[in-house]
Ligand binder design. Sequence first.
Ligand SMILES: [Zn+2]
Length: 588
Amino acid sequence: MAQSQSSTEADWVSRFADDVIAESERRAPGKPVVVASGLSPSGPIHLGNLREVMTPHLVADEIRRRGYTVRHLISWDDYDRYRKVPNGVPGTDESWAEHIGKPLTSVPAPAGSAYPNWAEHFKAAMTAALGELGVEFEGISQTEKYTSGAYREQILHAMKHRADIDAVLDRYRTKKDPADAAAKGGKGGKKPQQQKKVDEAELAAEAGSGAASEDDGSGGSAGYFPYKPYCGNCEKDLTTVTSYDDDSTELNYTCTSCGFAETVRLNEFNRGKLVWKVDWPMRWAYEGVVFEPSGVDHSSPGSSFVVGGQIVREVFGGAQPIGPMYAFVGISGMAKMSSSKGGVPTPADALKIMEAPLLRWLYARRKPNQSFKIAFDQEIQRLYDEWDSLVRKVADGSVLPADAAAYSRAVGTAAGELPRTPRPLSYRTLASVVDITAGHDEQTLRILSELDPENPLTSLDEVRPRLDRAENWITTQVPAEARTIVRDEPDKELLGSLDDQGRESLRLLLEGLDSHWSLDGLTTLVYGVPKVLAGLEPDAKPTPELKVAQRSFFALLYRLLVSRDTGPRLPTLLLAVGADRVRRLLGA
Ligand SMILES: [Zn+2]
């Protein structure tokens, strides 16, 4: 086996890879390592759910780097019922509510979609984003699996052992029954249980996972059944199994929605599915899944992961995967206007404003149990600064081992490096420049080539795709009132009100403009002018008084150039405005 780079030995990904390899060798020696994620295409797939994929992806990628074959399964839970019409999805209206209860693949796609149904429409967007992120996976449509009869043996087996399943579920039903808890422990004892259940349902609903239903099969008058047919008339899952015969596999059901009733033979019938709490462990056993993380909401007693662990052992003769709980990933500052499809930010939205390696890095550098936020607001500039600083440390060898590991997982996969920006100028600078030029390419190139005159940029392609991401960020996430608008005419009133000191500061700036026309030069100049005015050398160490003077000088320049007290960093702003216009606005 190829040895992984020594720099990746210490991080959380590597430690999970060790465990997963050992467990896979124990369970299925010589077979590919199987890791899994589950996603429900019930609407736009929330950016927060990307952790469901990135956690096993990073572990799978480390295992591949060590020379093993890995299958990363993404189970598309597209045979789940359509629960509700998400708000604000373009091309949909209230009429989609009539499809509630049908499988997601039987619901029409939003109007104008290129895809044949609801599930395919939302899977496609996620698949494209995962491709850009370098996530190698095998998608499994649960609709295809169930309707082709792939799980026939497993379904018949579960039906045969329905009493065993019922008994496992019953251990938790007892714990969760408020009346029972009240009888045993009184109010104080029951509250946390109930609270936890609510949180779990809410979190799961938000994640759109199959766990949301808390559906473990109903025990009607005919007893408990872990299987539910979709109605042969209206296609909805509002059906009740009224009888089942183990020998003939004859099953009777009625539909409470349309009144339809039917007798089918389960050994040839393919239009139904196991209830979630049985479906999930069945698939662990069917696929031999060794690693599958889940959201923190799945860790409570009676949750699908805990119950599934018992069902997979006791009913399907399999084993539960190694399943770390991952913490919530939040979003900061997603502008309403750009939460394009359905009011939720998707991985595609994030990839419009940041490059794939940066987004990968956010997941790689935090352990699954640490929560973090993905920045759509000003914070993204600081994040990019931090990333650039990491890249410099990697280049000069001063990087710490854990940081080096996160870096290598961010910039590429076992299959190779992800595309990167050839000349990664600061995101902050790029954002400021496109803010000022409003995306005018020629002007942008002129300004960017003046940043470093000794090594000028010759084509915008050198700074792409980072430039495009910064431009998307400015145009979709920065509110109009925070955009920079350079004055057309000088502020005569303000210029006329300046004292001698103020006029002298502007004179010194304009005098030095030509000889300092670069990013570094202008930085020296704008900090130096207040020093010279204070009788200090241009390279003098700043004192508290000097800092006050610098701040008021900068505020004056912002007022004169952009009619505000703040703005993009001044050297960038001056370069962007151009020397002639600076002279005109500063009253020369
Ligand atoms: Zn029906």
